[in-house]
Design a protein around this ligand. Sequence first.
Ligand code: DC
Length: 231
Amino acid sequence: MIVTIDGPAGAGKSTVASRLAERLGFRYLDTGAMYRALTWLAMQEALPLGDGDKLGALARVNQVELDESGRVSIAGTDVTAAIRQSRIDRMVPVVARHPEVREVMRERQRELAELGDAVIEGRDIGTVVCPDADVKVYLVADRTVREHRRQAERPDIGADALATDLRARDDSDRARMQPAEDAEVIDTSDLDVVNVVDRLEALVRSRFPRSGTRTRVDRSVPTDAGQSPSS
Ligand code: DC
C-alpha cells in the first residue's frame, strides 16, 4: 500500500508522514530530502544552478541514500543536518524546477514506491509520482501558521527573512503543488501533530481495515535497492 502526503512547506508533512509510517509499520520516504541533498552537492561542486543538463547528470550519478534512521547521504557524505540550512531552503526550488532533475528523482521515487508499503511525502507524489496510490492526502495550513512552524525549526533566521523565503518558495513550488483530484485535503492550522496522525491513520484503516501493524520494526528499504526515510 502506498500513502502519499503532499502539500506546501510548513504544512506539517514531515512529522506527520514519519509518525504515520511508524504507526502503520510502513517505510517513510521524504522526497524533499532528495532534492535538498542534490542541491547541497551542486552547491558544494559550485555547479551553475540554472543548468538543468548538468544537474540532471549530477543526480543520475549520485544517488541519494536515505537510511531507516532518517539519515541522508549523497556522494559518500552524510548531509542530514546540512540540507536543513536556510541556504538550501532558498536554493532547492531553483534545482527542483529543472525537468532533467525531476525526471531522475521521479524514476528513483517510483522504484522505491514499487517496493510497497510506504508513506511518501512531497509535492507531486499523489499527482505525478504515484498517481495510483491507495490513499492520497494533501495537507494545507495558513501561511502565518506555517511561518511559525518554520521559525521553530530555523531559530537562527529572522522572522521577516523567513516569511520572504517561504513566500518565494510557495511561488516557485506552486506549479508542482496542486492536490490530486482524489486527495483528502486536511487543514492542519488548528490541529496538533497527534490529531493529524490520528485522522490519517483512521482514514487509511477505514479504507483498508487490515492495513499495517504497529509491531513491524524494520522500516528500511533493502540495501540492494538503495534507501528509505527522513526530514
Ligand atoms: O518538503 P521540503 O521543504 O523538504 O522540499 C524541499 C524542496 O523540494 C521544495 O522547495 C519543493 C521541492 N520538492 C519538489 O519539488 N517535489 C517533491 N516531490 C518534493 C520536494
